[in-house]
Design a binder for this molecule. Structure first.
Ligand SMILES: NC(=O)C1=CN([C@@H]2O[C@H](COP(=O)(O)OP(=O)(O)OC[C@H]3O[C@@H](n4cnc5c(N)ncnc54)[C@H](OP(=O)(O)O)[C@@H]3O)[C@@H](O)[C@H]2O)C=CC1
Ligand SMILES: CC(C)(CO)C(=O)C(=O)O
Length: 319
């Protein structure tokens, strides 16, 4: 058995889960994908493909199971599901994973709470700096931005390095980052901008490096959110967040942000863990007036996403 002997369980068969499953399988890791929202007891093998920017296609056959088809999960559990499912998943995984570590790949603030509250001892958080967009049931279009840091919510550095060694591949890079909290905040603030402005304008991620007026809006949201970060003891600088945002905008030009993909597919979005969560934190420390634009953009995005869901419901009733 080689160094990378741990079985990788990827929960969630979406744009990120499929890309990760393909890269890990190609690198020779043992991979099982577990469906996040499907519980029909099935285990099948499926082909997934990842299209890179230069047109190259990576593909792999991956075993896809459901939670109720597995009695025990022994390995490294990686969550690539939508964060609003975490409370339910934390309950469902608890009796099966023993002391296997869990790694959360999701965007947002506070998304680890359900796992900490359920008493998980090995909880790690990754901040993704890649974009992956579903083209159809099999293919995703993948663009890496930079190496993705993984840090500790509850656990230890030795296990962290072991997890990173198992996750890291040439095309989807991971690294250990002991001080992850400031990166979580920085990325969450960047997402507060992308995941509201892009869906509202119905435009791809390239807008901020191309349009000075959109960048001005981004700058104001960044200023608001960094004020709250500072009040919570997270020392991040607005200029640093802005350069991160512009870098992502350049490198993911043409890609649609996940919230825009969700709205287009009439799916629930994660905006509650972004703008709404920063507003909630601001309220707790009586600084709600400092985040007015962040709140407005979040509320408009939420309405837009609910309108899309209602439209789908109405269409279903008519059929
Ligand atoms: N796509 C991207 O470029 C990026 C994504 N992220 C983050 O990565 C995470 C995954 O994103 P992405 O792959 O794009 O999302 P997708 O919508 O493509 O896939 C998410 C998967 O989550 C599962 N899921 C959906 N609802 C629930 C639920 N209520 N309970 C349990 N599982 C559920 C589904 O898995 P199944 O089909 O197996 O049921 C679904 O396929 C998100 O938190 C996102 O913010 C971060 C940076 C970039
Ligand atoms: C900002 C971006 C594009 C970076 O990975 C992202 O987080 C997303 O697509 O959800």
């Amino acid at each position: 058995m080689g160094f990378h002997h741990k079985h990788m369980f990827i929960v969630g068969s979406g744009a990120i889960g499929k890309a990760l499953a393909v890269f890990l399988s190609q690198a020779g890791r043992k991979v099982t994908m577990i469906r996040g929202s499907v519980h029909d007891g099935s285990t099948i093998t499926r082909r997934f493909a990842v299209e890179m920017e230069n047109g190259f296609i990576h593909e792999a056959h991956v075993e896809v199971a459901t939670l109720n088809s597995l009695s025990e999960i022994d390995g490294i559990v990686v969550l690539a599901t939508k964060s609003f499912g975490n409370e339910k998943l934390a309950g469902a995984l608890k009796s099966k994973i023993g002391d296997s570590p869990i790694v959360l790949l999701q965007n947002g603030l506070g998304i680890e709470q359900p796992f900490l509250e359920h008493g998980y001892q090995q909880v790690y958080r990754c901040v993704l700096f890649v974009t992956s967009q579903s083209i159809d049931e099999v293919v995703v279009r993948f663009k890496p931005v930079t190496t993705c840091p993984v840090g500790i919510e509850h656990g230890n550095e030795e296990q962290l390095d072991n997890i990173v060694a198992h996750l890291n591949t040439r095309d989807f890079g991971f690294k250990s980052e002991v001080y992850i909290q400031h990166i979580i905040w920085k990325k969450a603030i960047i997402n507060c901008v992308f995941n509201s402005v892009c869906p509202l304008l119905e435009i791809d991620n390239g807008i901020f490096h191309k349009n000075p007026d959109a960048l001005k809006i981004a700058r104001r949201v960044i200023a608001e959110c960094t004020t709250i970060a500072h009040a919570k003891g997270i020392a991040i600088q607005p200029d640093d967040v802005e350069s991160g945002l512009v870098q992502i905008s350049r490198l993911s030009d043409g890609q649609a942000i996940s919230t825009l993909q969700d709205i287009r597919r009439n799916k629930r979005t994660e905006i509650e863990t972004l703008n709404a969560e920063i507003v909630r934190i601001a309220e707790q420390i009586h600084q709600q007036n400092a985040v007015r634009e962040t709140r407005l953009l979040g509320e408009l995005t939420k309405i837009k996403s609910e309108l899309a869901l209602n439209l789908l419901l109405e269409r279903e009733i008519l059929i």
